[in-house]
Design a binder for this molecule. Structure first.
Ligand SMILES: [Zn+2]
Ligand SMILES: [Zn+2]
Length: 508
């Protein structure tokens, strides 16, 4: 925040944005400052602020002109790590971590680390690492903090090394003025060069997408020649791949002649029509495209547009099996309106041994940094650089596609895919997601005085029961007892487990 250089010592965006979620509610900001007064005073007078919703000690909530709510917390700089961990969440992760730390005699709170059941401060919690260390864990990346197995994985040293921006070597999906892009091929190549990419694929639309001025066979061949000439111009600084984004038609046929597609260095096949097909039809269309032998990757596989269009129906299990079998990659499209595949699909794709590519689908040179958005669902899905084709030189993909073409008719897996070490979330996570109807936890008959027991010092049985209910739900008696407190039962359970004061609005 400008003009506050002397006051703001540390600042971070927290909450679901830091965890990389595709959609978020309130924006959580955390400031570390020795003197929060001027920070809060300046914050509420920012030109973006429409009105102040709440202003209290170390906490300000405002509504911006675009209806976005922003919550600012101000803590002492030495409490920044504890505040950062608390405000990043998720609430369920925080509960699980705090519960684990209690087992080691440490109470983790948003203002530091205390000796369990006392007010004796052990450490203010300057860093997040200190918070994890209290629970005898290594640092867990924010994107994994959903209590879907990451704490157990961290405890056992099984956290994946998540893919990051520095791993990406190129971008394999973008458009130029030849179809519906706004830059020339040269401008897109220069933008890729500026980002340090080692290769870039130009992939304009095909003719079925007439609204996007898609290319027919003759125009595609002309573009390939043009891109070869551009390669001469830019020399060895970057590898220019002549590609295309070919439409998958209603029956799964490709929109361009296979012989012409075969001349491309890189072929993405995408569905842009019939998005409401049933799951069987949609999956069949994509599988037929994969089986053509000329397709390298399926673009934006579910076709979702965040906040606009829901994902098309798909039989993921069959799709992933076909992708692994045919050696075709699935795309994680980094267009911030898409972020498609999503995190759950990324995780399942990895488990099925499917190769992934993280692309931007840029329609202008300034879209090329969108790979950052593609990294978010990948990281949330536990994807490692070894799972992502464009974390390797293009030569590795070229080898893979040569193999695939040679045996396209043999219908065998030719991806050369080496699934990395078993991912921690696997079965635990699937079980968690399927637990919606809840295990029927038989209780032991003294539920009559459950409220009383909850109000007294918690015994281990009750602690386990609270923890179970928070993870899996399905304990009506417990939920009813928790409902006798003001505020959300989940927040009450959290407060009881962590011995934090119960507030009516719960945690982050
Ligand atoms: Zn597309
Ligand atoms: Zn595209």
């Amino acid at each position: 925040m400008r003009g506050l250089e002397g006051h703001v010592e540390r600042i971070a965006i927290c909450g679901s944005i830091r965890r990389g979620k595709a959609m978020c509610g309130d924006l959580d900001l955390l400031v570390g400052s020795h003197d929060g007064g001027p920070v809060a005073a300046r914050f509420v007078t920012l030109p973006e602020v429409e009105r102040v919703l709440f202003r209290g000690d170390g906490r300000v909530e405002v509504l911006l002109h675009d209806r976005q709510q922003v919550d600012l917390r101000i803590v002492a700089p030495e409490q920044f790590g504890a505040g950062l961990h608390y405000l990043t969440g998720s609430a369920l992760h925080n509960i699980a971590l705090r519960t684990r730390a209690l087992r080691y005699g440490i109470k983790v709170s948003d203002d530091g680390l205390f000796v369990r059941d006392t007010t004796q401060l052990i450490d203010p919690g300057t860093t997040e690492e200190a918070i994890f260390a209290a629970a005898r864990l290594p640092f867990i990346p924010p994107e994994l903090r959903e209590n879907t197995g990451e704490i157990e994985a961290a405890a056992e040293g099984r956290l994946p090394r998540l893919v990051e921006a520095a791993d990406l070597m190129g971008d394999l999906h973008m458009h130029t003025r030849a179809s519906d892009g706004r830059g020339t091929a040269r401008e897109m190549i220069d933008a890729a060069l500026a980002l340090g990419h080692r290769y870039v694929a130009i992939t304009d639309h095909s003719k079925a997408l007439s609204v996007a001025n898609g290319l027919d066979e003759a125009r595609l061949l002309a573009q390939i020649r043009h891109l070869r000439a551009l390669q001469e111009e830019v020399g060895e600084r970057i590898q220019v791949l002549a590609g295309v984004e070919v439409d998958i038609l209603g029956d799964g046929a490709l929109d361009l002649d296979v012989g012409v597609l075969d001349r491309c260095d890189w072929v993405i096949a995408s569905v842009h029509s019939g998005l409401d097909d049933d799951a069987t039809t949609m999956t069949d269309r994509m599988i037929r495209a994969m089986e053509s032998g000329v397709v390298d990757a399926i673009g934006h596989p579910t076709n979702r547009r965040l906040g606009e269009r829901r994902a098309s129906a798909l039989d993921f299990e069959r799709l992933f099996a076909a992708a692994a079998r045919t050696g075709v990659a699935l795309e994680i499209n980094g267009n911030p309106h898409r972020m498609d595949l999503d995190d759950n699909a990324c995780r399942s794709a990895r488990e099925a041994g499917v190769g992934l590519v993280i692309n931007t689908d840029s329609h202008a040179p300034h879209h090329l940094p969108w790979q950052e958005y593609g990294l978010l669902p990948a990281r949330r899905g536990g994807i490692a650089p070894t799972d992502v084709w464009n974390c390797a030189p293009f030569a590795a993909m070229a080898d893979r596609r040569r193999l695939r073409k040679r045996s396209a008719n043999a219908r065998v897996s030719v991806s050369g895919w080496e699934p990395a070490a078993e991912l921690y979330v696997g079965k635990a996570a699937s079980a968690h997601y399927q637990a919606d109807d809840g295990p029927d936890l038989a209780q032991d008959g003294d539920d009559a005085n459950l409220v009383e027991r909850l109000r007294g010092p918690l015994d281990d049985d009750l602690r386990t029961r609270l923890d179970d209910w928070m993870r899996n739900g399905g304990d009506a008696a417990l939920e009813e007892a928790l409902s006798t407190w003001p505020g959300h039962p989940m927040a009450t359970a959290f407060s009881l487990l962590t011995a934090a004061p119960i507030s009516p609005d719960g945690g982050p």
